[in-house]
Design a binder for this molecule. Sequence first.
Ligand SMILES: NC(=O)c1ccc[n+]([C@@H]2O[C@H](COP(=O)([O-])OP(=O)(O)OC[C@H]3O[C@@H](n4cnc5c(N)ncnc54)[C@H](O)[C@@H]3O)[C@@H](O)[C@H]2O)c1
Length: 487
Amino acid sequence: MSFAPSSPPSSTPSTARVMPTNVMNTPTAAPQGTAASTGAAAPPSTTSAANAPNTPGTEIRGRERQGSFGGSTRAKILKPFNTANIKILLLENVNETAVRALRDQGYQVETHAKALAEDVLIEKIKDVHCVGIRSKTKLTKKVLDAAEKLGVIGCFCIGTNQVDLEHAASKGIAVFNSPFSNSRSVAELVIAEIVLLSRQLGDRNIEMHQGIWSKVSANCYEIRGKTLGIVGYGHIGSQLSVLAESMGMRVYFHDVVPLMPLGTSKQVGSLDELLEISDFITLHVPETEDTKNMIGERELNKMKQGSFLINASRGTIVQIPALAKALRSGHIGGAAVDVFPKEPAANGKFFDSELIGCPNTLLTPHIGGSTEEAQSMIGVEVSQALIKFINNGTSIGAVNFPEVDLRAIRDEENSIRLCYTHANVPGVLLRITNILSDHNVDKQFSDSKGKIAYLMADISDVTPEQIQDIYRRVSETPTNIVTRVLY
Ligand SMILES: NC(=O)c1ccc[n+]([C@@H]2O[C@H](COP(=O)([O-])OP(=O)(O)OC[C@H]3O[C@@H](n4cnc5c(N)ncnc54)[C@H](O)[C@@H]3O)[C@@H](O)[C@H]2O)c1
């Protein structure tokens, strides 16, 4: 098992320890340590909310909001290692917001503007605890097996198909991404498209580039007072609702769950009802078995004569041949499509669709979420998830891993947090309970996902020897994948 240390740490605390091979999952309690001079982790007692230099302010505020401690009890800032020993490899020009946040933690951050060739990646990844990628780097089984110390992966993008998620999970490697950082960018694009379609601007623009002057006002409309029908009232749909109302549109929406409408928008009972009352239909649903081919000939026929369709969700939601037919017949007055059932893998002259040449039809190459602001937000969101996982063990938001968090640990000298990733088989909790039975477990939570499970337990009043003992016994359980002790 590559992520675990080769041998359990010594039960005798040392004053001048050498950092263990894997600093992310090895307890480093060294009560009388002269850590700063040796490069080893500071002893537990030197770390507090007041003096931890690398603690992000958001962490402290987050904990205070949870109201997890009353009176003078403070949040303990978990600091299981000398952060300078954590090595992070960032590829594909990950946004500067992330580079800064990770460097501010004191981690060693190596950045590369491009994806690395597989053999170079295999060499580089051997030694790092965390890797940050975008969509071009493929983290295959072969690459992951070369990563001897890797504990966490950050996908600084929306998708995670480029990572072998199951294999990563089986090695106790959590994977984080940023699915919602670009919601505003998509909502703004849709607002622009509503205006463009309503004024036939796409066609006028093409004509002008061909030297054709065609000044028309027939079938061109203001959007004020028109009805926008939103299908899927999640991150993007709800954001769009507010923007559209501020431009004077009436907003109705359909969603599979009852949701609190924003502003004066209203939820309707069915998709059919929404199709029948709307001047514009815009789709913001995920790709599921239910949403695949959601808009076909029947649904297009239900839409008002001359109304408009916008799809910036997923390419499989709309049946393209049916839409092309409805546009050419004039039943649908125009469409804006940003996503397609088959999209070219690279930029270049590779795009083909039945929608090419349809009247008043705006085609864009899946750029709904592609803005500088979204990239910057992705950098912030993913780097914070990585920091929380490395420093606190929090796996909330991981795509391949059980999502576990505990409220803050009390700021007492001898309290620790045990993070145990293990095989999801019967009998594990009993074994762990037996190991911890002599100790004061303040709180504990565990969850499972597929073949793995993740347990977090906060334990107080433990001596450095007991910490070593807990670590040794837990990491030697037959179901162990990764054991970490944070203090
Ligand atoms: N074009 C782009 O560049 C781009 C960028 C970001 C997101 N997206 C896509 O936009 C879509 C929406 O993203 P989001 O972040 O708002 O998602 P979200 O998960 O926040 O919201 C989706 C909403 O759809 C609802 N829903 C699910 N199934 C439904 C159904 N059958 N009928 C009606 N409602 C249903 C859900 O209840 C939820 O409220 C996703 O498909 C996403 O992949 C595209």
